[in-house]
Design a protein around this ligand. Sequence first.
Ligand SMILES: [Zn+2]
Length: 338
Amino acid sequence: MKYVIISEIKLKACIILLLIAIVACGQQKDSDSGPSLEKTIYDDHVHIMSTTLISEWKKIGINFSKSDAYYADVDTILALDKANKVNLIGMGYVFLNRDYYQGDDGYEMMKQENDYILSVFQKHPDMIVPYIAVDPLNSNASSEIDRCYSKNPKVGLKLHFNVSQVYLTEPEHASKVKTIFKKAAELNIPILLHFDNGHPKFGHPDVQILIDTILKDIEPVKLQIAHFGTSGGFNQKTKNVIDAYLEMKSKITSYHHIVFDISAVALDKDSEGVSKLSDEEFSELKDYVHKLGFKYITFGTDYPLYDTEGYIKVLKKKVGFTENQIEMIIANNFKNEN
Ligand SMILES: [Zn+2]
């Protein structure tokens, strides 16, 4: 499937993954290696967007290959993803980035998108953890977290350092991010962080500031780092981030709970912008899974990129996960809840 993007829109790596998801063709079923739904299949990285966001993006030239329900309707999403528990991830921050939304009411639109995520939760409160989204550099970010928390104290928080163009190497950015982390810690809100800001030098310095500055002297935080630290796939940059993290990990206060989700990492299909892993890369990924340790890895699909059955199959066949190891990483998803 092809999509068309009007030329003046600068595509950033962050959004590329979403587009891959949007254009993902039919997912294949393979009943012999699919999981049994008698067990809880908990997917901690599932995207949802409102029909408002979809229509805004259609206006700027992004084609969606499936019906709106595929991306916006929670019952359709749960049925297709074949999970019985999900973290539903909002992306309201896109309304605060001029590349993705040109209106002057971006802040209101972001709030509306967060309200959509919260309303969806009401349909299946036992199956859904709603993740609202803010731009940490926006001066109203803290009050938006408070507003959503007052409506539902079970929320999670999604931050996207690429869409929001956050550079921790800028002291002002680091200070704003720290304020948001403190707020999340205070309210016991788990954070899902898309850490990679797309800068070619993103890596060691960013990990160092996260550990030495952001996570220092704050209350316990539950932090899930998306896609093993970069923007999907598994490449040198991903290895650099994990190596830097493991090198400095001992400096992190032990009460913080930090995990890496494996969503969109083990790509077995070529997609626009991010290539599938070679056999050698799959084998390196396996080494890094062991380096990180199963205890620190969680299970997510980045739906609509994959569904749970399809991605479990990839993890088993291509990365060599055993059934037991799949169960272990799914179990870790529960430890990240508030
Ligand atoms: Zn994602």
